[in-house]
Each structure stands twice: as C-alpha cells, then as structure tokens.
Design a protein around this ligand. Sequence first.
Ligand code: 5GP
Ligand code: MN
Ligand code: MN
Length: 456
Amino acid sequence: MRVPGRFFLSGTLAETLEEGAVRQLANVATLPGIVKHSLAMPDIHWGYGFPIGGVAAFDMTEGVISPGGVGFDINCGVRLITTPLTEADLARRKRELIERLFDAVPTGVGAKSSLRVSNKDLSAVMVDGARWAVERGLGTEADLVRCEGEGAMPGADPDAVSAKARQRGVPQIGTLGAGNHFLEVQVAREIVDPEAAKAFGIAEGQVCFMVHCGSRGLGHQVATDHLRTLEGALPKYGIRLPDRQLACAPIDSPEGRAYYGGMVSAANYAWTNRQVIMHEARKVFVDLFGIDYDEMRLVYDVAHNVAKFERHDVDGVSTEVCVHRKGATRAFGPGAEGVPREYAGIGQPVIIPGSMGTSSYLLHGTSTAMEKTWGSTCHGAGRVLSRSKAKKEVRGKELRERLAGEGILVRAHSDNALAEEAPAVYKPSREVVRVVHEAGLSDIVARLEPLGVIKG
Ligand code: 5GP
Ligand code: MN
Ligand code: MN
C-alpha cells in the first residue's frame, strides 16, 4: 500500500463489513499516484475492482484513471423534486399516480424510449448533457442550475464511444432500466435543519419525488470497451496490479484520455436521461393534480459514479486531482466552487436513498468533507445481501403485500424482481446516514419516507 486505507463506520455497521471489500480498499491504495489515502464511506460493500462506497484521488501527472473506480453505470445518480402537494392531496389517487408514472416512464432491462433520437442527436446529448433536453422543451433553465455541474461535464469525446455503445444508447434516453433503479413518491416526514430546508425549498409534510438511474446500456458498454483497452495497455505503462479489475492508465496517456472522454460522454447521457424522466413525471403530476409544471421544483441532481478533475487542498496547497467516486456522492461545503449560488451559504444538497421500505435523506455538504474526504460522502444505504441470497430469502409477493400494509405501493414488472430489492438487502439507511452526519461529512437536512415506488 502506498497510502493508508480509511473507512467511516459505526460499531453496528462494522458487523456488515465484508472482508473482500476491505481487501479492495487496500488494493486501491497500491495504485500509482494515489494521494493521501484510499477511502470508503459507511455504505461500503464489494464492487468491481474498487469497493462501492469508495473514494480515491490521484495526482494528475503520476496518477491513474480507472473504470473500476467509477463503476459500470457511469453517472448513476439521484435527483430530488418537491411538489406543492401533501399526503392528503394524494390520498385516494396514490394508486392512480403510481400506475400513471409506471406507464409514462419505460422500465425494465430492454425498455425503449418514445423519443426519436438520431446518431447526430446522440453526439449532442453526450456533449451537452441535460441542456440538450431543456433546449427541446423537456425542462427549464432553472433545472440546469440545480444539477451537479449544471447537468454536464466538460471534456466529452463522442469518438471514444463505440458504435455498439451508441447503438445501445440511441433507444434508451428517458428510460429507467431495471433492478436497483427506481422512481419514488415520498413525503418529507421530518425536517432536521430548518435553515437548510428553507434554502433547499423543502417543508415538513410535502410530497416529493425521487429519480435514481444512470447511463443505461451506453455507459455499461463504454466501461466494458475501455476496460479491455486499459487491461491491454498495463504492460506498456509498467503497471502491476493486485487485481486485474483495477485496470487503469496514466490520466494523461492516450488510453487514459480516451476513457475519460468516453466516461464524460456517458455521464452527460445520464444527466439527459434523468432530465427526460423528470419531465415525463412532471407531466403526470400536472395532469393528475392540476398543478403547474414549475411547481415541481428540482432540489438537486447528484452523480454517484464518476471521476472528476477537481481542485482540493493537498498539504496546504490547492492542487488539481482526479477524484474517483464509486458509489459515493460529492458533498461540497459552503462557499465551495460548483455549489449553486442559491445554496452557497449552506453547501450542496446531498441526496441519499434508503430503500423501498425505509427512509431516504436530504443532507448538505460540509467543509469537513472538503478536508477529510475530497468533498465526498456516502451514496445510499449499501447492499448487505447478494441478489442470489435475497431471491432465496425473500418472497416478492409477500414483500409487496407487507409494504402495501404500511401504505407503500410498489409497482414493478414482476414480484420476483422485488425480492432482490427488499429493504432487508440494504444496510439500515438511518445508521449509515448517522455515521456520515456524526463524522461531519454531510449534515442531515430532512428525512423522507416512501409512499409509492416504481422499480424497473
Ligand atoms: P446503487 O446506486 O448502489 O445501486 O444504489 C444506491 C442506493 O439506493 C442503495 O444503496 C440503496 O440504499 C438505495 N435504494 C435501492 N433501492 C431503493 C428504492 O427502491 N428506494 C429508495 N428510496 N432507495 C433505494
Ligand atoms: Mn445505476
Ligand atoms: Mn446508483
């Protein structure tokens, strides 16, 4: 190990810690040019190469960039939208709302978009991100300001996206995908930090809407393609790895630059995707409840699988580093560059989903995160039970009925798919969020409870 490994946990969560994930944290610490430490958030669990919940920064000249440090679902992320509705307004129409949302947003593995997108459009999507959708009337300028990076990263290289990746991407803009991805109607049950809640425009009892998805088949293909190239280039750069899944290349090498350009293209595609999904959902709420489009206000959109060039303090000197966040959320504090002006005094909103049966949280970034974790925090509760074990232990139909009894309507293509996403397969979100709050990596603003969930 070139640097120490460090994770943020509590006694309770330590029981969920997998040996394999700790080994991965150590493996990351062996990579060339890693700065200061290999980090993991309390949602740490085993992933491809890097642990999920992993954060690592690399020196721009000595360091590497690695797809394993980003994940296959490039720019998987979450956005949170508030509505002017209360639970009472939903009451008898909750079932109808969930059905209408399920119809409006294509879900499932091979879900196809209703948008007709040409190959040229796709190139524009990969460069412009969410702006591409807003320019076509699928959102407002105000939405863009409330996305991390205004819904796009600079440096896209559509030529680094293969024909196969494009083919997968063309029909999928505005689709949710399957598995862990979801749409969720929630209620803000508890406001913990009234000042921040006011700034973020969220109040107790308010109905909210959350979107979790990423770059679909396009991002997966970009990761797959570049992993192969990077593995092949390892001898050329004399990089020896404890695990081939850590395949990487110097940031400023032809292979490293190509991966970065492809990754940014996929990240921008993901922002477009979440923007289009939000637009479709807004139309459903407007239609059903007679509210205005603008009353569905985007609080923020965060990326939780991405590598970014950022300036951070390294031994007292502001230095550009390549921060990998793999199942980790940026948590920039008050006054940091990149935080929307309207939130500058508070820090950026941080959105942490829990599960279909437990609370999700809205937090804000802190200066402690800037000092300790490259401005990062956790991204969710984190999985504890594998998909195959979950299928053996949980019955989808029973789960759906139990949640319905608690007032949570779950809609999916099949009950079987639900088992893999049961609340019990995730760590308790309350405890994970308590850890990042106590460690000062992000502060709780509000707690949200699920009312209705759509799973891909
Ligand atoms: P990932 O991006 O790692 O697949 O998932 C992020 C987090 O989303 C998970 O760690 C889990 O805590 C949360 N999550 C998964 N399914 C749901 C759901 O249906 N509703 C909510 N609110 N959170 C979920
Ligand atoms: Mn994803
Ligand atoms: Mn995700």
